[in-house]
Write a protein that binds this ligand. Structure first.
Ligand code: HXC
Ligand code: NAP
Length: 300
């Protein structure tokens, strides 16, 4: 259910990080459908390539898959050079992220870095690599970062993610001012629960085992004022509105799309306080087995 005219993004060139799966794939698909040339990147080459081919075919559009680990500044710079050699980007969606639930006392420094290096550092590297090129070329541009509502009320049991996303919230506000004179605007989206395999395997691993992802039984809608999880077309439409021309005076804003969960005092993992040592041991093992399977597919 799109709200926008079919050629809205004709002539636009947009990079969606982590666009091979989940929400990134949804947004990339929508932008391609509306006529943009879309670039997607991720560490698992085959995943990125398969998505790029499917989205190109489905939308009769140019969707380019690029293997890139956003934690590596030189790799990010190479990717940007390759993209800008074909023409300047007009938009960037900072969507790539890593996360898992864990008691903070159980985290090792490596565990913290595994998340902060992707979300906090990697997102900045991508934003910087695009921004300096836009400024140099005097190219007007638009950045959307995908955050969470935890940037406002904290993220118990997801502390490295919450800290990193909160940093990106401040990056959005800071650069909205610093880069406004260059015609670059930055906004952010804070989604509530939109079930995806990548997130649910690491945030709600039991629901993946029982096959209840996204249903009432997996608990992700419990306490939500609307009594449901998000639907992908809702996110697609918000990401289109923010990426489109026409409201260029809008910058530095982070918009929640969560059915009101955060305003109702929810939206984070505070209910996990009731879990015991054995529960956490089981959760950790399930997440680690997902991480190992995904890592085996990485090509960069
Ligand atoms: C404690 C854990 C752990 C767990 C990993 N670690 N899982 N610690 N509990 N469940 C620790 C490891 O022991 C290790 O520390 C360190 O983290 C690095 O682990 P690796 O597996 O080597 O990391 P790496 O291969 O770099 O993978 C990064 C990752 C992984 C973040 C751990 O999950 C990943 O690649 N994720 C990408 C996709 C993703 O996460 N999508 C979900 C986004 S959802 P030691 O000390 O042992 O070496 C989201 C918000 C959703 O962001 C909001 C919903 C409302
Ligand atoms: P997902 O499918 O796991 O998406 C994460 C993507 O990021 C993957 O495609 C992953 O691909 C990529 N990625 C991770 N590390 C990377 C790196 N170092 N370099 C390049 N790409 C990397 O999960 P999702 O649910 O769609 O999450 C997408 C975004 O939405 C994230 O920012 C997340 O925090 C946010 N979010 C999601 C929800 C939700 O309910 N789903 C709610 C709030 C916010 P590779 O592993 O192949 O690199």
């Amino acid at each position: 259910m799109t709200m926008f005219r079919a050629d809205l993004f004709k002539g636009k060139r947009i990079l969606v990080t982590g666009g091979g799966t989940g929400l990134g794939r949804e947004m990339a698909d929508e932008y391609a459908k509306l006529g943009a040339t879309v670039y997607i990147c991720g560490r698992r080459g085959p995943v990125i390539e398969e998505t790029a081919q499917e989205l190109s075919k489905n939308n009769n559009a140019r969707v380019v898959g690029l293997e890139c680990d956003i934690r590596v500044p030189d790799a990010v710079d190479d990717m940007m050079t390759r993209i800008f050699n074909e023409g300047p980007l007009t938009g960037l969606v900072n969507n790539a992220a890593g996360n898992f639930i864990s008691r903070t006392k159980d985290l090792s420094p490596n565990g913290f870095n595994a998340i902060a290096n992707i979300v906090f550092h990697g997102t900045f590297f991508v934003t910087l690599a695009a921004g300096k090129r836009w400024i140099e070329k005097k190219q007007k541009a638009n950045v959307i970062s995908i955050l969470t509502t935890w940037v406002w009320n904290g993220g118990p049991f997801t502390v490295p993610s919450a800290m990193s996303k909160a940093g990106l919230n401040v990056m959005t506000k800071s650069l909205a001012v610093e880069w406004a004179p260059h015609g670059i605007r930055l906004n952010a989206i804070a989604p509530g629960p939109f079930p995806t395999k990548g997130a649910w395997e690491r945030l709600n691993p039991g629901s993946m085992r029982s096959g209840t992802m996204g249903s009432e039984q997996d608990g992700s809608a419990s306490g939500n004022p609307m009594g449901r999880v998000g639907q992908m077309h809702e996110l697609r439409n918000l990401a289109t509105f923010l990426m489109a021309d026409g409201c260029d005076y809008l910058t530095g804003e982070t918009i929640a799309i969560d059915g009101g969960a955060f305003l109702a005092g929810g939206g984070n993992f505070s209910q996990l306080s009731k879990l015991g040592d054995q529960d956490w041991e089981n959760i950790r093992n399930m997440i680690k087995s997902t991480n190992e399977k995904d890592r085996a597919k990485r090509t960069v």
